[in-house]
Design a binder for this molecule. Structure first.
Ligand SMILES: NC(=O)c1ccc[n+]([C@@H]2O[C@H](COP(=O)([O-])OP(=O)(O)OC[C@H]3O[C@@H](n4cnc5c(N)ncnc54)[C@H](O)[C@@H]3O)[C@@H](O)[C@H]2O)c1
Length: 268
């Protein structure tokens, strides 16, 4: 199978989906370089990968800094060899009504969710193109397809990641494959670190995360299956696929309904 025994780099691998991706790669016999700003969490993931029979190394890396991402690509090649799989997974959420989100929080979200992914692609794709082999998993979100109100920075960064993945999928075919992963909610630490979420919305989001039939290990497995097949869009959850279909079929109706729901919720 294409990913068996692969060399992979996972950004944001210290927690949540990134950790699940590392473990799923280990299950497939992969060697993983776990890149994160959270060194303790990355070490924990590395222990879990080794306990699962895989090989892991860790690298402290802030995906907002081009120099650090570029250094990560060099270090990955030197430490684990040519990279077959890059998972641009590190991400954060900045949410709230448009006018209430500070410009600082906008920049924080754009720097990590968008520039982090651009830097990752820029640093790793040239070698993949040279080798005529490579798989890039860009972790977007269903929010990038559906743009619900009340989370503008998150939506625009994730839709930009979808657009970047579409562009690169076409530019780098047939030897290098790019996949955009667009899940709806599943349980991770993302809301604990989110900016702009009040207690009520944070509680409501966490409830949706807990209720999801698919959790991080399922999302990781589905994502890597899609990567292996060279699928451009991976939309693991049924609700995400259904709303995406609805939006494409009836865009005006879709946003009119969302506007009514948002107005009702804002009144409460
Ligand atoms: N949890 C969900 O419901 C959900 C839904 C759709 C998409 N996603 C996406 O999944 C990805 C992973 O998020 P998660 O839900 O596992 O959250 P998480 O908070 O559990 O994990 C995010 C990881 O990114 C790391 N990180 C944050 N800033 C970083 C930086 N500047 N440089 C390097 N690493 C950094 C964190 O330390 C953490 O380990 C994100 O891109 C997120 O947008 C999550």
């Amino acid at each position: 199978m294409a990913l068996d025994g692969c060399n992979a780099v996972v950004t944001g691998g210290a927690s949540g989906l990134g950790r699940a991706l590392c473990l799923e790669l280990a299950r497939r016999g992969g060697t993983v370089l776990i890149a994160d700003i959270d060194a303790d969490g990355a070490s924990e993931t590395a222990e879990l990968v080794r306990a699962a029979g895989g090989s892991a190394a860790i690298a402290e890396c802030d995906v907002r800094q081009w120099e650090q991402v570029e250094a990560l690509a060099h270090r990955a090649a030197a430490e684990i060899g040519p990279i077959d799989v890059l998972c641009n997974n590190a991400g954060v959420a900045a949410v709230g009504p448009f006018e209430e989100i500070s410009l600082e929080d906008w920049r924080w979200c754009v720097d990590i969710n968008l520039w982090g992914v651009i830097y990752g692609c820029r640093a790793f794709l040239p070698k993949m193109r040279e080798r005529r082999r490579g798989y890039v998993l860009n972790v977007a979100s269903a929010a990038g397809l559906l743009a619900p109100p009340g989370m503008a920075p998150y939506n625009i960064t994730k839709s930009a990641v979808v657009a970047l993945s579409e562009t690169l999928h076409a530019e780098y075919a047939p030897h290098v494959h790019v996949t955009a992963l667009c899940p709806t909610f599943f349980r991770t630490a993302i809301m604990d670190n989110a900016r702009g979420a009040d207690e009520k919305s944070s509680r409501a989001t966490k409830k949706l995360m807990d209720r999801s039939a698919l959790q991080a290990p399922d999302v990781a497995r589905i994502a890597l299956d899609a990567v292996q097949r060279g699928t451009l869009y991976a939309v693991p959850m049924r609700d995400g696929r259904m709303f995406w279909r609805l939006k494409r079929a009836l865009p005006q109706r879709y946003y009119d309904v969302l506007a009514r729901i948002f107005a009702q919720q804002s009144k409460r």
